[in-house]
Design a protein around this ligand. Structure first.
Ligand SMILES: NC(=O)c1ccc[n+]([C@@H]2O[C@H](COP(=O)([O-])OP(=O)(O)OC[C@H]3O[C@@H](n4cnc5c(N)ncnc54)[C@H](O)[C@@H]3O)[C@@H](O)[C@H]2O)c1
Length: 325
């Protein structure tokens, strides 16, 4: 369905964006990536190694109005993934979140309003926009009560898309992603995706620290399943202007997640450790997604078992460790 389509991916050198780019190139799309390669963020040129000759990379920042006005012009679809993505970092420095997640999104939307109002935009927000859950699984009608600036700026960005859809007819699909894991993620610090961080520690044979008693529940989704969801949502007109959870309604405890990683890795160990003050304040408790809305709209649910997804992920990082450690 994307053959010969012109696609822009903001943040396309990062984890989810690069997996999306690889898939789109396979489908015959013309892919342009905008990524400013902010140091310590998830951008990594090795991520697009298999398609490096087949994509166009624009090393611009999404807050650069001129660059964005130029690059969005002829695109059929835009996947907006660039942003500050660490909820831990946003606790001590809110400005990158405000600059990239809010201002950057406003720059993209204004550029589209002026020069490409036909484009379909897919935005990747976060489950963190809900905050603590009152009822599980969490569906899209649940209250939003973000616990940090990262989550708050994502909610603001999501609401801006709604406003531009309603006021200017800019069509977008708004997703709230759960914990995504898989190949091509940033693994240099524990401030980013937790499952990938555990995998790095297991491979390095470092003892994994589990906060609390390890019994908090989370849903996790393999990156290929996430990419499937983003691509399908972009193509379904009935989804425009709507919010969708991209998650799983079958949760795991952190202890189960870590035990499974250690089992499949073949070695490793873990210990329990008390929450730090800053982590305790941000911890929303049990969370898993109600995915009945997205299932009804596009027939999506995760199809990669946790065992299979973990096996593929561990294998990838063992093979390409030098590019991620
Ligand atoms: N990975 C997850 O588990 C997860 C969960 C919920 C939501 N999300 C959302 O999905 C999106 C992608 O996440 P990811 O895990 O792939 O992150 P990532 O850090 O791997 O990728 C983000 C990319 O955006 C680029 N970027 C950041 N700010 C930029 C700017 N101002 N201008 C241009 N490029 C910029 C970075 O260089 C990086 O390559 C983010 O919006 C994130 O909030 C991810």
């Amino acid at each position: 369905m994307f053959a010969s389509k012109r696609i822009l991916i903001t943040g396309g050198l990062g984890f989810i964006g690069s997996n999306l780019a690889i898939r789109l190139v396979k489908e015959g799309a013309y892919v342009t990536i905008v990524d400013s390669m902010i140091s310590d963020y998830g951008g990594n040129l090795f991520n697009i190694h298999p398609i490096k000759k087949k994509v166009h990379i624009n090393f611009s920042d999404i807050t650069d109005k001129n660059a964005m006005e130029y690059v969005i012009r002829d695109k059929d679809s835009i996947f907006h993934l660039a942003g500050q993505v660490s909820h831990v970092l946003s606790l001590t420095n809110p400005f990158p979140d405000i600059d990239y997640n809010i201002t950057g999104t406003a720059v993209l939307l204004e550029a589209c309003r002026k020069y490409n109002p036909q484009a379909i935009i897919v935005f990747t927000g976060t489950r963190g926009q809900y905050g603590s859950s009152i009822k599980l699984p969490v569906d899209e009608t649940a209250h939003t009560n973000p616990k940090g600036i990262y989550e708050l700026t994502n909610l603001t960005a999501e609401k801006m898309f709604k406003v531009y859809y309603e006021n200017h007819g800019i069509r977008s699909v708004l997703t709230r992603l759960t914990n995504i894991y898989g190949p091509r993620a940033q693994m240099k610090s524990n401030k980013y995706g937790v499952v990938n961080w555990f995998i790095r520690q297991a491979i390095s044979n470092e003892q994994i620290s589990l906060f609390g008693d390890g019994l908090i529940k989370r849903d996790v989704v393999y990156v290929d399943d996430c990419v499937d969801a983003l691509l399908s949502l972009a193509q379904r007109e009935a989804c425009y202007g709507e919010i969708f959870n991209v998650g799983d309604d079958k949760p795991w405890t952190f202890k189960q997640i870590v035990s499974k990683i250690i089992e499949l890795n073949g070695y490793g160990s873990f210990k329990f450790t008390p929450f730090s003050e800053e982590r305790k304040k941000q911890e929303p408790g049990d969370f898993y997604s109600d995915i009945s809305k997205i299932s009804a709209a596009i027939g999506w649910k995760p199809t990669t078992s946790f065992t299979k997804g973990l096996r593929k992920t561990i294998e990838f990082y063992k093979k390409y460790k030098e590019f991620y450690w």
